[in-house]
Design a protein around this ligand. Sequence first.
Ligand code: GLN
Ligand code: ZN
Length: 762
Amino acid sequence: MLKHNLGYPRMGAQRQLKKACEQYWQGRISRPELFSTAKRLQEEHWAIQQQAGMDLIPCNDFSFYDQVLDMTLLLGAIPDRYAPVVTEVAENAEIDLYFAMARGYQKDGLDITAMEMTKWFDTNYHYIVPEFTEKQEFRLFSGKVFSAFDGARHYTGHTPKPVLIGPVSYLLLGKEKGSGFHRISLLNRLLPVYISVLQKLQAQGAEWIQLDEPFLAMDLTEAETNAFKQAYQEIAKQCKGLKIMVATYFEGLKENTSLAANLPVCCLHIDLTRAPHQLDAVLAALPAKTSLSLGVVDGRNIWKNDYAASLGFLEKAVAVLGEERVMIAPGCSLLHTPADLDFETDLDPEMKSWMAFARQKLQEVYELHAILKGNDALLQVNQAAIRSRSESPRIHKPEVKQRTAAITNADASRQSAFPQRQQVQEERFHLPLFPTTTIGSFPQTDDIRQLRAQLRKGDITQQQYDTAIEAATLTAIRWQEEIGLDVLVHGEFERNDMVEYFGEMLDGFTFTRNGWVQSYGSRCVKPPVIYGDVSRPKDMTVRWTKYAQAQTHLPMKAMLTGPVTILQWSFVRDDQPRSATTNQIALAIREEVQALEKAGIGIIQIDEPAIREGLPLRKDDRGQYLHWAVKAFRVASCGVKDDTQIHTHMCYSEFNDIIEHIAAMDADVITIETSRSQMELLEAFAGFHYPNEIGPGVYDIHSPRVPGVEEMVSLLQKAAVLLPVRNLWVNPDCGLKTRKWPETKAALENMVAAAKEARSLL
Ligand code: GLN
Ligand code: ZN
């Protein structure tokens, strides 16, 4: 019964890789220094895995930026626009070409854009999207996987298991440049190169090779199904003697079970943490010689494994297949978990005893094996920790459970339908046509950030901090009045982050010191941990919003983060459905909304930028998700009078396919990101006859570029053709916290001018 790992987080427990890469980009360290940090990190991680007793240790899971980009370089699928860089850095600086593809290249008169980035399935990791042309050629280009293999073997003294993205998933992860073909048709050209990589590894001495094929657990077309069959038959034919393990994760195989089980490979890996029910069907479908790797330890979360449950799966598999054909592993690569719980010196000890980070998860794989071999004591210790968590009064609050159980449909409905609300809101606010507003945050300057650092260190008092934040807020209000915005915001200067700020004030959340997870490239996020029933012991935003409203006669829009976004950007409980946790957060936000209303605030925005990214990977599961997600938003937002105006905001995603559900959220106003697509998204809203008010973003906030008045006027005119003018708002694409003041001021002045001109043209 082999124990193995699918991949280890590469940043380092102190984010050493982030720091080294950023220093290299700034020219502050040399290439050899960057490589020596990378070498040290890989060796550290191999040592950890070896000490944890892994029989197969992965290599090539390390990456300077992204494992999909590594594949693109390995297979030589380098877009033509990088040709000058290829020539320039050809000699020994493959890494500079690699970073150019990831981040763009501006040097020596060249200005080449980066490759596109998108989310890795339903994680918060972003990968670099391969670009394929109809005439795409592949060739063996990068030698990274071969040197990783040699390095790992030399360091560990054992034969490591190289990890690659399988050929079919690699193609499916990419995007066609140009029309008239589907990327899956490139398989015939990809396979020979791919097979030469495998043969080369075999010649080097590789025994096992892990090919990640997460698409086997997604909805597949017939052509994609056939591509899997063709690719693996060809690999089996041309790489005799090589032990191929096909790894699936993030979902169950479902209707692809027979396809996956019958691929001519040595081992199939399935993720039982995400899809426990697939085990029986897979066991029944597996042919006589194939092994099964059981992913029993959750690679997407920070909770301790419940050994009793995992042992149930393992024993069942052993009974059917025999020990030799069963392997134990985490569900997916540990890339999506923080590195090492031992670095959490500040965490409450009891809570810490409920958690496991990457290093501890490997220990769990080891212990599960030991228990199967008879070490009962390990099981007892684990079950005691699991029991302490399941019974803890710190987690379970009967009053919270009662309140969520008592949510009714009436709680999820406004008093009147939108047309009546629109009328009373018009009477209350007297806004002009094309009313102008912003999405919430204003520039988080170094001064503001420093204030928070000083408060944390105790260098300034809470009162000094509050006074400084009030001053920043007041300045922002005066300035908004001066340039003539219609609905003001307070600027969110008091917030570190739109989820953390609320998590810190809600019960049921805790925070780690080093719980970093890679988001993209050198960027890491540190998600809050939702450990228990969520409730709201005190007001969260009322003080700042009230202060801001008291400074102006114009309407001040309050800012909240929605329940689905708070859930989506946190580590969540694994002991209850996501929907149950979301409902608890929804009730907490509802109370805040009501407190704001009571404090005299007339307009309240509840941001839900992450509602689209929570969408399940399999189409069949989407309806159910959308139902509870939309309902949670409604519970959060509907406890107010008709003349209180509820806004929501969404960005970063394509919403075309869920517009009817967005409409069902029934926010009085929605602001969305549209400027980069030249209002294309708005056409989808128009096509649906979106009934409520809507503010299509008229300029992109991701760059310092100041948009001209005329270009925004023309966008507004375009919008006015698509939707009733009465329903249109004028605003930027998203919040402005990453911008600097000069461009923010110039852009918003132009935006107000554009709104005025659009009014005059009516
Ligand atoms: N209100 C938030 C802000 O303005 C919204 C951020 C977001 O959509 N991601 O920063
Ligand atoms: Zn946004």
